[in-house]
Write a protein that binds this ligand. Structure first.
Ligand SMILES: [Mn+2]
Length: 282
């Protein structure tokens, strides 16, 4: 069955009318444990159908811009074939004049998306919110593993990492510590927000691994890590980013729903809606 964003069938979400495209990539092939990221999109849509579409902060209803849900990218033969399918599809989508948004799946889906974006936008900043550095050059025999999601970006973009609290020693050589905001270091502080924005170029691509949030508010993810960020902190920060920079697109990854646990799904639905509200309604 074809889904309609937020369950509101007004014609606004038709491909020709919509200003925003939503590409789901429900790939879960390289998760090391906590499988289930392939179920995230359905849970996100169910929650989106049931949220209030009026955003208090921006006094707006951004869904009226139209959000068209594209057919999923269902390639699942290998991490490499998935990468190629995502990369080619993103290049095609970038030729439209629509605002592109992506939904995982696990974090490896971002590799092809980001490559297409940095080839289109020179001097691109990639803003990466995650518990994990994801900077490995390869993992389990492939550079397209979720543990490598940002390695390519670290080589080809101005990569800024926020919320990190788990990594391997082999990732240290690829990490730019001057642009890494570890979760412990930014706890209960706000000065890092403007500091990091000052390091951004004009065009910013945003990739959010949901495990950047604290597991107390976002348990439904494959590899939860204690000491994560709180909702209002993330939202305040992202609002500043959208106000001061041109966020050219974004992805949200690693929602692995837990049966009978709805709060995580609603958090993600609200997060997606907030990002659109900040992009179009500030
Ligand atoms: Mn992660």
């Amino acid at each position: 069955m074809e889904r309609i964003y937020a369950g509101i069938d007004t014609g606004l979400n038709d491909l020709n009318n919509a200003q925003i495209l939503l590409q789901s990539i429900p790939y879960d092939g390289t998760s090391t444990w906590g499988k289930g990221a392939d179920k995230g999109f359905g849970a996100f849509l169910d929650a989106s159908d049931n949220m209030e579409v009026y955003d208090i902060e921006t006094d707006s209803e951004v869904y009226t811009r139209g959000v068209h849900i594209l057919p999923i990218i269902s390639e699942n033969q290998s991490a490499e074939s998935l990468f190629n399918a995502v990369y080619q599809k993103t290049k095609t989508l970038l030729e439209s004049n629509k605002y592109l948004t992506f939904f995982g799946g696990e974090h490896s889906v971002s590799i092809g998306v980001i490559k297409a974006f940095y080839e289109k936008h020179p001097n691109l900043t990639v803003l990466h919110l995650d518990a994990h550095a994801d900077l490995r050059k390869d993992y389990h025999g492939t550079p397209y593993n979720h543990a490598c999601a940002l390695h390519d970006a670290s080589k080809h973009t101005n990569l800024i990492q926020v919320g990190i609290r788990s990594m391997d020693t082999c990732e240290k050589e690829y990490m730019d510590y001057s642009k890494t905001y570890f979760s412990e270091a930014i706890f209960e502080r706000h000065d890092w927000m403007q500091e990091s924005i000052n390091q951004m170029t004009q065009d910013v691509y945003l990739t959010i691994d949901l495990d950047v949030f604290d597991p107390s508010i976002m348990p439904a993810t494959g590899t939860p890590e204690p000491g994560g960020m709180q909702w209002n902190t993330v939202i305040r920060y992202l609002k500043m980013v959208f106000q001061q920079r041109n966020v050219v697109g974004f992805d949200i990854v690693e929602l692995a729903p837990i049966e009978d646990e709805k709060a995580s799904n609603f958090l993600v639905a609200k997060l997606y809606y907030k990002l659109l509200s900040y992009k179009f309604e500030l």
